[in-house]
Design a protein around this ligand. Structure first.
Ligand code: FMN
Length: 229
């Protein structure tokens, strides 16, 4: 699947069919996470792969009331190594890069899953302490997200997104792009503009012609009129 197609096709899937995921697909998903960029190439993220039904059931009881998680044949706990970034980049590393380094890997994984025909969901609402306890996660490691993977039980509805013009500004924050269609390569707008301009030109041209011809005839009439007097 083309990358952009996968980006558009990816949806959060919240119910899976009872079918195991092929191991080579799971490996590819982890690989996709591994290849994501990281600040200073620190690779400060780790993933706990969970396929045991009992453990997945336990996870589902620690994510609010999101019991549908138990239908997923594969769950991944995405963990951030909280101290490495701080050592290298201070507070900015701790607060920002640590989160970003894991988040970017997660998105890679979700996209890889989509391209492999799998559904997925990023779950942020979970009891961190409980998850740490169940999976024996040390203090310097923070579970950042629970990810579900599996074959979807349904076809998700089409997404309704905010219009693309509202997503970006031109040159300065808050300044709406003057011609967003140019950025979007929507040339139909330009064509319509040109069409309108040429229509306006002809309308003006014919108006002038009419006026000019009118003057000529009116002038002649005036002469005739003068002659008559
Ligand atoms: C940081 C983060 C936390 C999220 N937490 C949850 C969650 O706890 N449960 C859930 O069902 N979806 C969760 N989602 C998925 C979003 O609800 C979902 O991405 C959003 O509604 C857009 O839908 P889409 O993924 O189908 O495009 C989370 C997504 C992100 C990025």
């Amino acid at each position: 699947m083309d990358l952009f197609d996968a980006i558009v096709a990816r949806r959060s899937i919240r119910k899976y069919i009872d079918k195991p995921v092929e191991f080579n697909k799971i490996t590819k998903i982890i690989e996709a996470g591994r290849y994501a960029p990281s600040s200073g190439n620190l690779e400060d993220r780790r993933f706990i792969l969970v396929t045991d039904k009992g453990l997945i059931e336990k996870i589902s009881h620690n994510c609010g009331e999101q019991y549908w998680i138990a239908t997923a044949p594969v769950v991944v706990i995405a963990c951030a190594m909280t101290d490495i970034n701080e050592r290298n980049y201070g507070l900015r590393g701790k607060r920002l890069y640590t989160v970003q380094n894991t988040a970017v890997a997660i998105e890679n994984m979700l996209l890889a899953a989509t391209s492999l025909g799998l559904g997925s969901c990023w779950i942020g609402a979970f009891n961190e302490e409980k998850i740490k306890e169940i999976f024996k996660i040390p203090d310097n490691i923070r579970p950042q997200a629970v990810l579900t993977f599996g074959y979807s039980d349904y076809i998700p509805k089409k997404r309704k997104l905010k219009p693309i013009e509202s997503y970006f500004y031109s040159d300065k924050y808050g300044t709406a792009a003057s011609s967003p269609h140019i950025y979007l390569k929507d040339f139909s707008v330009e064509w319509n503009k040109k069409l309108q301009e040429s229509q306006d030109f002809f309308v003006r041209f014919f108006k002038r012609m009419k006026k000019a011809w009118g003057k000529v005839f009116l002038g002649e009439n005036n002469k005739n009129n003068k002659g008559k007097k």
